[in-house]
Design a protein around this ligand. Structure first.
Ligand SMILES: [Zn+2]
Length: 239
């Protein structure tokens, strides 16, 4: 993928997250691995997802130095640099603060797969309990990356979520699905909880169709078209 395309994909990923309700004002970020191995592309600090244009997407090296783009990096850039440094199969990382995921992670509940959207997470989503504060050092980012292992999603208890994938499309859509799954579960909990929970093995079987990147990409394409329709209807431009 060309650099211009990577930057545009990071911008689009943020807009999808904003439209899906995963913004927390100016906090949260999407990253993509630089195709030439120079580092990580992610938005500059101080901007909401929907405000970002290509020029606001910075290229950071693995020590956080700005190699291209306009603005200063987020303090939590080590989340991205350290996961991408360790996991060759990951090309994009998302860190956001979605309300229902934060609420579920703060509770004693495990995420349960009782819907198609939660079926994506039938294998379970673990909690990382040492990430409540800012993850703003290489050591903190490395500890988080070690905790994530090869999982696609991780709750940061008291803070937010991390998702990772082979593309911005997959990492972003995973975050959107996770927030929806947590929202559904909190609804169910308000009415006594899930009466007949599936085991993880049963859920993996019942919801097998949700376990592919193709499934996620179908949702991404829709969300991406929705962003375009919204921007066109509201006369937003990239300049
Ligand atoms: Zn954060």
């Amino acid at each position: 993928m060309a650099v211009a395309d990577v930057r545009s994909e990071v911008v689009r990923g943020g807009r999808v997250l904003a439209l899906a309700g995963l913004s927390d004002m100016v906090w949260g970020h999407v990253s993509a691995r630089d195709p030439s191995g120079r580092g990580v592309w992610m938005k500059a600090n101080g901007l909401g997802f929907e405000e970002v244009t290509d020029d606001d997407v910075l290229l950071l090296d693995y020590d956080g130095n700005v190699l291209a783009g306009r603005g200063s990096p987020h303090r939590e850039y080590p989340i991205h640099t350290e996961i991408l440094r360790r996991s060759a199969g990951v090309a994009s990382v998302v860190h956001v603060h979605p309300p229902h995921a934060i609420a579920l992670a703060a509770s004693a509940l495990e995420l349960q797969a009782f819907s198609h959207v939660a079926g994506v997470f039938a294998g379970g989503v673990r909690r990382y309990r040492d990430g409540a504060g800012l993850i703003d050092s290489a050591a903190a980012g490395a500890a988080l990356a070690d905790a994530l292992k090869d999982d696609r999603a991780l709750f940061l208890t008291g803070h937010g979520v991390i998702t990772a994938g082979p593309s911005v499309a997959v990492a972003v859509t995973t975050a959107v699905m996770l927030e929806r799954a947590c929202h559904l579960q909190l609804l169910a909990e308000g009415y006594g909880g899930v009466a007949a929970p599936l085991s993880s093995d049963e859920a993996l079987q019942v919801y097998a169709h949700t376990q592919t990147d193709k499934h996620l990409l179908g949702a991404w394409e829709y969300l991406s078209r929705k962003v375009d329709r919204y921007r066109s209807a509201t006369s937003l431009t990239d300049q």
